[in-house]
Design a protein around this ligand. Structure first.
Ligand SMILES: Nc1ncnc2c1ncn2[C@@H]1O[C@H](COP(=O)(O)OP(=O)(O)OP(=O)(O)O)[C@@H](O)[C@H]1O
Ligand SMILES: [Mg+2]
Length: 409
């Protein structure tokens, strides 16, 4: 097993999530999945393991990443580009029938006009007969459902595409997102053979927050919401032990435990990163013991240059929340970051009340509860009742340290 900290891992390098793969695979027998979670928790790796599994069972599986897509046409472009090579592998009569219909699809997608701005601006003259994108999309699905095997379509970063639509179309972006999600929930399911096509949708920013903020939570209810838990301590220690064997590092169980304790939320990425820095330090201090270098390795995680991933945690707040809420959330997290044990709920509420002096106390309280839940669901913090008084504390200790550094001169 290689020490990979960044790219999705597959095969031998995919550690410890077989149970998740089996669980998600089971869900796909009857339902589509919405797999949400912060960056780097292993969504793509798990999705690819599921793709490999269903392929072995005879399914066809494709992956599209729509993070750079700007609109509905961008989504269809990606879909078409991924389907083309997959359909190319089908032999015989089915393919002959399909290939002609499919070859016109590309042209239809290119000539789509996406109605930006409530159907006025952006719809150029002469395109009165341009097709609605949902029709082209349904035709594409109708086509692939003619193939004998079932399909799995893995759509990565769908929330980013939807946020792009909202950001680039102030007038009707929200309406278009609702249409997109309605298409997904209603039109797609109404297609003949809809059950032959299963969807695995994933994202690193909260689609759940987006739909709640815009009153369209109903649109994603048809998918099963799933996340990826951090490893249990034993699993985390076993992974570090395996890496240590591979790199011939003499890491004791106590050493591995102290890495896990320092991370606190043992998602494999943070273990891989900590191990990576430890390896680096060991290479330049050949006589030092791992134990003496762990603290430095963890510290390196949060220093400028190595802290790219933490920036995302701050950035996604302003992507998914309005400006005022994002600023409130930052202030709450700033307070919680000051102590590894977190901050007391009343003190956090007081921070919000101090920022919202022109509204009734009741509204500040409601805002606190709403943001508290978002921060909890998105894995920033968790409620710790162990001291008898509720405290909200960071889940990922290196993130807390980074946050504190970021908020300190
Ligand atoms: N099952 C696993 N075994 C070992 N390492 C893993 C596993 N899953 C994830 N990782 C670690 O996490 C990193 C990121 O994995 P992956 O790209 O799958 O996450 P992601 O959630 O899709 O991230 P992003 O949101 O950035 O797309 C990998 O490079 C690896 O370090
Ligand atoms: Mg990914």
């Amino acid at each position: 097993m290689d020490n990979i900290a960044g790219s999705p891992v597959e095969g031998e390098n995919f550690f410890g999530r077989d149970v998740d793969v089996a669980r998600l695979r089971d869900i796909l027998a009857n339902d589509d999945i919405l797999l949400l979670g912060p960056r780097r928790i292993g969504k793509t790796s798990v999705a690819r393991a599921i793709m490999a599994q269903v392929r072995a069972e005879g399914w066809r599986a494709i992956e599209i990443n729509v993070a750079s897509s700007l609109d509905e046409r961008g989504f269809l472009d990606k879909l078409e580009s991924a389907l083309k090579p997959e359909l190319g592998t089908i032999a015989g009569k089915t393919m002959d029938a399909l290939s002609e219909a499919f070859s016109t699809l590309g042209g239809r997608i290119k000539s789509l006009k996406i109605p930006v701005g409530a159907g006025s601006v952006g719809v150029e003259l002469g395109n009165a007969d341009a097709e609605d994108w949902t029709k082209v999309a349904c035709d594409a699905l109708r086509l692939i459902a003619q193939v004998e095997e079932p399909w799995l379509i893995y759509v990565d970063e769908l929330p980013i595409l939807l946020f792009n639509i909202i950001r680039n179309d102030a007038q009707s972006g929200v309406q278009r997102v609702r249409r997109f999600l309605d298409w997904f929930r209603n039109d797609v399911r109404a297609l003949p053979n809809a059950r032959k096509v299963r969807w695995l949708v994933s994202g690193s920013i909260g689609l759940d927050t987006l739909v709640q903020e815009h009153g369209m939570a109903d649109t994603i209810n048809s998918m099963k919401h799933q996340g990826l838990e951090a490893f249990k301590d034993e699993m985390a220690i076993a992974m570090l032990a395996k890496l240590a064997v591979r790199y011939e590092i003499d890491l004791s169980v106590a050493d591995a435990s102290s890495i896990v304790a320092a991370v606190q939320w043992p998602q494999p990425y943070y273990l891989q990163s900590a191990f990576h820095h430890l390896r680096d330090f060991m290479a330049s201090n050949s006589t030092a013991s791992p134990a003496s270098l762990i603290e430095q390795a963890i510290d390196r995680l949060v220093q400028p240059g190595a802290d790219n991933d933490f920036h995302h945690w701050a950035g996604r707040l302003s992507v998914q929340l309005c400006r005022a809420d994002a600023d409130h959330a930052l202030a709450l997290l700033n307070l919680a970051a000051r102590d590894p044990g977190g901050a007391r709920a009343e003190n956090l509420l007081a921070v919000l009340e101090g920022r919202m002096t022109n509204v009734a106390a009741e509204e500040a309280r409601r805002t606190f509860i709403r943001l508290r839940d978002i921060l909890q669901r998105d894995a920033y913090w968790w409620p710790d009742d162990s001291s008898g008084v509720r405290r909200y504390r960071f889940r990922l200790e290196p993130l807390r340290r980074w946050w504190l550094r970021r908020d300190t001169l």
